[in-house]
Ligand binder design. Structure first.
Ligand code: 6CM
Length: 258
């Protein structure tokens, strides 16, 4: 029915995102913007300052050696190209709690403290103890987002998941056997489609996903630098290879989720 001129209509616009009224929302917005911009920068044209520490097929991992108060907080940037999967699929499996035990090998226990909205959750995780350091735990919000490409017609859409440490009054840091770690992680994905022959449908042979994974982890308490760097050198490549193979396996017989 047409609205007669002069009739009062509600002027409050619908929320732009289901999480928008949550107390963490301003921080989620700000950190997601910052992390997406940082991940999209790649390594810069010259890759200056980034040290390649692992390489396997299309996967390359770089770090910068940085310490804060004597603790290793080396920023990490990894790039990988995986055929046959989409960015939406990668982000779906990285974000969703129900798959986490399948691929996260350092995990001891995961609890969803709060479902903020379909696209945002609050997690408490304890990770396996690594000798000789104390066991670690972490509380972080996790947010999945689709960034449609409305500027460049030929450029790919972006899917991203950002994880960022936060606090929770019921779980104060360093109150039990665990030392609290602090992290910021961004998984950013761009899907490329090689157009199939005219009239034929797009199959998994026509798609590939460029993944940029960035992370900064503060171990939160004493951990010997050499042990930590050796751990990262071993665990990050293992994680990215295992996780992407997991996504490939999970999706191979399913319809493509663009
Ligand atoms: O990003 C990854 N995983 C996400 C989902 O679990 C999330 C959580 C990351 C927690 C990473 C903790 C790594 C363990 C660090 C232990 C440090 C202290 C030990 C001291 C030893 C001397 O973002 C994948 C993370 C892959 C990490 C290898």
């Amino acid at each position: 029915e047409r609205i007669k001129s002069g009739t009062a209509v509600p002027v409050t616009p619908p929320p732009t995102c289901p999480s928008a009224s949550h107390r963490l929302w301003p921080e989620i917005e700000q950190v997601v913007h910052q992390q997406v911009a940082w991940a999209r920068l790649g390594l810069g044209d010259s890759g200056t300052g980034w040290q390649l520490f692992a390489e396997d097929g299309e996967m390359r991992m770089y770090r910068r050696e940085e310490e804060v108060d004597g603790m290793v907080v080396d920023p990490l940037k990894a790039v990988h190209i995986v055929k046959g999967i989409t960015g939406h699929e990668v982000c779906h499996y990285f974000f969703s709690p129900q798959y986490r035990y399948d691929w996260e090998t350092t995990l001891e226990q995961m609890t969803v403290l709060e479902t903020i909205a379909d696209d945002s959750c609050l997690f408490l995780q304890t990770h396996k103890r690594i000798w000789p350091a104390s066991q670690r735990d972490v509380i972080f919000w996790s947010h999945i987002r689709h960034l449609p490409n409305d500027q460049d017609r030929d450029g790919p859409d972006i899917w991203t998941v950002v994880n960022h440490s936060t606090e929770h009054k019921d779980y104060p840091a360093n109150s039990g056997k665990c030392v609290r770690i602090f992290l910021t992680v961004c998984m950013l994905c761009q899907t490329r489609v090689i157009p199939p022959k005219e009239g034929t449908p797009i199959t998994r042979d026509n798609i590939s996903c460029k993944i940029t994974y960035c992370s900064v982890v503060n171990p939160g308490g004493w951990a010997p630098a050499s042990v930590l760097r050796a751990l990262y050198k071993r665990e990050y490549p293992k994680f990215l290879k295992r996780f992407t193979s997991y996504v490939t396996n999970q999706t191979k017989d399913k319809p493509i989720m663009f």
